[in-house]
Structure formats: structure tokens, C-alpha cells
Design a protein around this ligand. Structure first.
Ligand SMILES: Nc1ncnc2c1ncn2[C@@H]1O[C@H](COP(=O)(O)OP(=O)(O)OP(=O)(O)O)[C@@H](O)[C@H]1O
Length: 564
């Protein structure tokens, strides 16, 4: 059974416009309460009706909002017959100008959109991202179906999370009556009737609002379920293991079995600076021993920052949780973590006139002769080179020999293969794969170069704007039975990938390309809705005032008179 521990709650509700003000007010209040409690709101990604109100309520109060929306809804105008199309027949869906939720009021919060292929993937992902449980506001068929399926999954043992229905204006009373009928006629065991609970007007008055009362009920029901030994009929992981499939999630492995366990990780370079968002926010990453995980993300997505935090080089914000082999990396660092980053080559010491053999011995090469010699062969290093008189690629090979000589249990690689020639890179990747298979070592590798990597990773993680986009890493090669795979673009499953401008693209490269394009669209949309306009590119530059340097150089621009 899988259980995510982050404080997040998933809200199902209607997205039709023109709903009763009472419903809209409750939705707004719920969003606000979620933000104030510092929980993440996971919802269906719509901008109208209760959906729009709950997300606007949360983001206006500075909350973190995650919208999950199928691609077709995110990119097409409202179809005929949809209540929203009747309200504004000429307008394209605001759920969808581009693959981004057009939240009408992004407020101070962080609105994030995850595009999925279909409704099934949406539901699976929302279920996964909901840490504490599900809340049902008034809605139509879609809402009925979603809340009932989430209850069914708890009854079946697929997850263990409560459903709380907000009974504003008695909207859900018929459902309560229906459950009562099903219990008395023997369709639902009596003990399971409270898998669904209801928040009433009196609860709202007592708690000081519908939102607060609902959050209290979610917590109460969550605790109740946690302590119920008999909740859930079957063990789904057991049945997957029996059929030879890998268990889907790591959440059930003990902390000691995991090599890496990052939960709700947040980090700001400058905590005082309120204008800049943290470099990392709500990152989650859990791996078992022997995993090879690729971090994929655009420049500035937060890959290096995450790797440095994992290496214990920086102190994460309070409430963050980084364990490596069950130990806190900053306060109780475990042995066996090796971090190799690009900054090493900038250090003047490694550019001084020193013999490579002396250099390697100075960092303990003599203690690991066998591994050192193996690496000297793989990386094709001449021990008679002098560090100040070698190429960047050669210096990188020395760094890798040095860093990999001592056996490591967790290797954090930050783009250090960038200047290796293809043969050395391929041999190195084989060596690393072997290390994970024979010694159970774990590797996390951030790179922008995907050539020859298609078969390397066991997992991939997408980082977008400082956060991981899935609660757990996505298994690679991808499998449709992995719930995390819902956030992969279709190219990931396309054996004949390579149809776009990346000629000979592997599925991995096509996936990375699709993700990064989507990330850019999300960023541009976020900039547009924030009212700040573009912050990068020519348009942003045009908005800048003429600078002092521009004035200076235009005055003394001798290049105009120079013959080229
Ligand atoms: N020393 C620093 N001080 C302040 N902000 C920083 C610092 N280093 C990085 N950042 C910011 O943190 C964010 C994440 O940077 P990071 O280096 O982790 O990204 P990355 O994904 O590794 O990018 P790249 O692919 O370019 O290496 C960026 O927005 C960056 O501007």
C-alpha cells in the first residue's frame, strides 16, 4: 500500500460557471484554508466554477497549487454543449490556452500544471499526489465518479486515504442516504461506512469556516484510517510481486532500505529575499540501492542545488527531510557519498604544475590501487601528464579517476561527462552501471547530454522550476503500469521516437525535449498571469531602459570604423 506523507490534499469539484455563490464562497474558503495550513492543493486544473474558486483561493493566500489536466482539455477550445462554452461561446477554454492552467488570479502562490494523457492518468496522478486525503465540493458526474473511485481504492487497499464531502446546502445528503441504504442492505460493510465523512454547517460554525472544518476532518479521518488494521481488502504490491512486476512505489520500503529519501525539500539561497522564490521547493525523491537516476530539467531548474544538498554541502530549510542511507546528510553524514561537479576544474590547485600520479596519490590513490588502475584504463589517463598542461577533457578524466577510486555508495554526478570523448564516456557509463549492479551503489546523474544514455537509467526525474514534478522517480524504461509514468510525454512510449527536429532522438532525448518545451510554456504563462510580462529574451530586453553601458559603448564604439 502506498502512502505519500507530504501535506497535500486533493479537491474534486465542478468546473461549470455560474454556480450558486454559496458553493463558490465555500470553495474559496477551502482554498484559503489549505494555503494557510501550508498544505499543497491538488486539483483538476480548471479555471471556472468551484475549481477556479478553490485554486484562486489557495494561490491568492500564497499557497502551492498543483493542477492536473489532460492534454486535450488544456489545448482545445470549450466544446459545444459544455456549460462553459454556453457562457462564452466565442472564447477558447481558459482551461486551456496552451498546456497551462489559466488561473484567473495567481495571487502570491505557486501554480503548477501537470499535463497528462487522459482522465485515467489524471485520476491516478491526483490520487498519488494527495498526501492526506480527498475533499469533494459540489460537482456533477465527474465529481461523483472521482470521489467514489477514491473511496473504492481505499476499500480495495490500493491506497489508504479518506474522502471528506463538504455538505454545503445539503448538496451531498442524498449520497449519505444512499450509503446508508447500501450498508443496511449488506452491500457495504458497516465498518466501511466512515470511509466517507461529511462536513456540515454546524462544523463550519464551530471551526470558524468551512475550509478549517474540512481540514480538521481530513486529518481526523486520516488518523482513523491509519490506525485501522483491517482497512483495505488486498495487498496490491504483493500481487504485483507474485506476477513478476516490480512494486510500483518505494513508499513501503523502510528508511534503511532506501539509499536516498528526500521529502518536501525546500531551499532558498537568500531567505531574506522575499522577491525571489526558493531555488528548490517541495522536492521529493526516493531511491532504493542499485538505482541509476537521471535528473532532467532546463538550465536553472535546480538540479545542481539538489545534488549539493544531497551531498550535505548546504543546509536545507526547516521542515525538509533529506536522508541518505537513513541518516541526515547535513547533521549525521553517512560515509560513502561522492559528489563530482564541474566547479572542481576551476580550482587553481588542479591547474598547477603537478604530476598526475603524485596528484592521485595525494588523494589516497595508493590505498585503492586496484580500482585506480581499472579507472586509469577506462578513462585512458597517462599518469605522467602534468595537471597544468592538459586539455579540459583530460583534466576531467583525472577528476573522475580521483573521485571514483574510493568505493562509493551514493554517487552524485553533476554534468561531469560533458567534455569526455564519446568512447571514454561510453566506457565510463558501463563501469558505473556495473558498480550499481555488483555493489548495489546508487547514482544520481544530472546531465543535458542524452546520447548513449537510453539504457543507462533505472529511473528518471523531471525537475521544473525548482521542484520535482512527480512524488517519486519514474521507472525507466517507462511502463504504463507505473503511476508516475502518467506525467511522461507520449514520446516516452514511442519506440520510433525521433520524429521531431532531434533527428535521431532516443525516447529519452525526445522525453527530455518534450518536457523542456512544456516547461518553457509553463514559465511564459506564469510570467503572463503574474502581470510582470516576459523576464527573458528579446521582448524583456526591449522593456529595459537604456543602460549606462549602452550609452558608453555607443559613444565610444570604434568598431564601426574598423575594417573587418
Ligand atoms: N549561488 C547562488 N545564489 C543565488 N541563486 C542561485 C545560486 N546558484 C544557483 N542559484 C539559482 O538557483 C536556481 C537553480 O540553480 P541550479 O544551479 O541548481 O540549476 P540547474 O538545474 O543545475 O541548472 P543548469 O542546468 O544550468 O546547471 C537558479 O534559478 C539559479 O539562478
Amino acid at each position: 500500500m502506498t502512502q505519500t506523507t507530504t501535506n497535500s490534499v486533493c479537491v474534486f469539484c465542478g468546473s461549470s460557471p455560474g454556480l450558486k455563490p454559496a458553493y463558490m464562497d465555500v470553495a474559496t474558503d477551502l482554498g484559503r484554508a489549505i494555503a494557510q495550513a501550508d498544505w499543497t492543493l491538488v486539483y483538476g486544473g480548471g479555471a471556472k466554477g468551484c475549481m477556479g474558486a478553490v485554486s484562486a483561493g489557495a494561490s491568492a493566500s500564497g499557497g502551492h497549487v498543483v493542477g492536473v489536466i489532460p492534454r486535450v482539455m488544456a489545448s482545445k477550445p470549450m466544446p459545444k454543449g459544455h456549460p462553459a462554452a454556453a457562457a462564452a461561446p466565442a472564447a477558447a477554454s481558459t482551461e486551456g490556452q496552451g498546456p497551462v492552467v489559466a488561473n484567473p488570479d495567481p495571487g502570491a502562490g505557486r501554480v503548477e500544471t501537470i499535463i497528462v494523457q487522459d482522465m485515467h492518468e489524471r485520476k491516478a496522478l491526483m490520487a498519488k499526489r494527495s498526501g492526506l486525503g480527498f475533499v469533494g465540493l459540489p460537482g456533477g458526474f465527474g465529481t461523483f465518479e472521482e470521489v467514489m473511485e477514491m473511496v473504492t481504492w481505499t476499500q480495495l487497499g490500493i491506497h489508504r486515504k479518506p474522502v471528506v464531502l463538504i455538505n454545503v446546502a445539503g448538496f451531498w445528503s442524498p449520497v449519505r442516504a444512499l450509503i446508508g441504504n447500501a450498508v443496511s442492505d449488506g452491500f457495504i460493510p458497516g465498518v466501511n461506512s466512515n470511509l466517507v465523512s461529511f462536513v456540515e454547517e454546524a462544523d463550519a460554525q464551530r471551526a470558524g469556516g468551512w475550509g478549517k472544518a474540512t481540514l480538521e476532518e481530513v486529518q481526523r479521518s486520516n488518523e482513523r484510517l491509519k490506525n485501522r488494521a483491517d482497512a483495505g481488502y488486498w495487498d496490491w504490491n504483493e500481487s504485483k510481486e507474485a506476477s513478476g512486476q516490480k512494486p510500483q512505489a518505494l513508499a513501503d520500503t523502510s528508511v534503511e532500505q532506501r539509499s536516498v529519501d528526500v521529502r518536501s525539500l525546500t531551499y532558498a539561497f537568500n531567505k531574506e529575499d522575499q522577491n525571489n522564490p526558493p531555488a528548490l521547493e517541495d522536492c521529493n525523491l526516493a531511491l532504493t540501492r542499485g538505482s541509476r537516476c537521471l535528473l532532467i530539467g532546463a538550465n536553472g531548474a535546480g538540479k545542481s542545488t539538489l545534488l549539493r544538498l544531497l551531498a550535505g554541502k548546504r543546509l536545507p530549510s526547516q521542515g525538509s527531510h533529506i536522508l541518505v542511507f537513513g541518516k541526515d546528510v547535513f547533521h549525521d553524514a553517512p560515509r560513502g557519498i561522492t559528489y563530482l561537479g564541474t566547479e572542481w576544474a576551476m580550482n587553481p590547485v588542479v591547474r598547477s604544475d603537478i604530476l598526475v600520479s603524485t596528484f592521485l596519490d595525494s588523494v589516497g590513490g595508493y590505498r585503492h590501487k586496484e580500482r585506480r588502475d581499472k579507472l586509469l584504463d577506462i578513462l585512458d589517463v597517462d599518469t605522467q601528464w602534468r595537471m597544468h598542461a592538459i586539455s579540459d577533457g583530460e583534466r576531467r578524466r583525472v577528476q573522475l579517476t580521483m573521485g571514483l577510486m574510493e568505493p562509493w555508495d551514493l554517487l552524485l554526478l553533476d554534468e561531469v561527462t560533458v567534455d569526455l570523448d564519446v568512447q571514454v564516456r561510453a566506457d565510463l557509463l558501463s563501469f558505473l552501471t556495473e558498480e550499481t549492479k555488483t555493489r548495489g551503489a546508487t547514482i544520481i546523474y544530472a546531465t543535458h547530454i542524452f546520447d548513449g544514455l537510453q539504457t543507462f537509467p533505472t529511473h528518471v526525474v523531471h525537475m521544473r522550476h525548482g521542484t520535482t514534478t512527480t512524488g517519486e522517480p519514474i521507472s525507466w524504461p517507462p511502463s504504463r503500469s507505473d503511476p508516475q509514468a502518467a506525467s511522461l510525454p507520449p514520446q516516452a512510449f514511442d519506440q520510433a521516437s525521433g520524429k521531431d527536429d532531434s533527428d535521431d532522438a532516443s525516447q529519452l532525448l525526445s522525453t527530455a525535449l518534450a518536457w523542456l518545451r512544456e516547461d518553457k510554456v509553463v514559465r511564459l504563462e506564469r510570467e503572463r498571469t503574474s502581470g510582470k510580462g516576459p523576464t527573458r529574451g528579446a521582448k524583456a530586453a526591449q522593456q529595459d531602459q537604456e543602460t549606462d553601458s549602452e550609452r558608453f559603448y555607443s559613444k565610444y564604439d570604434y568598431s564601426q570604423n574598423t575594417t573587418r
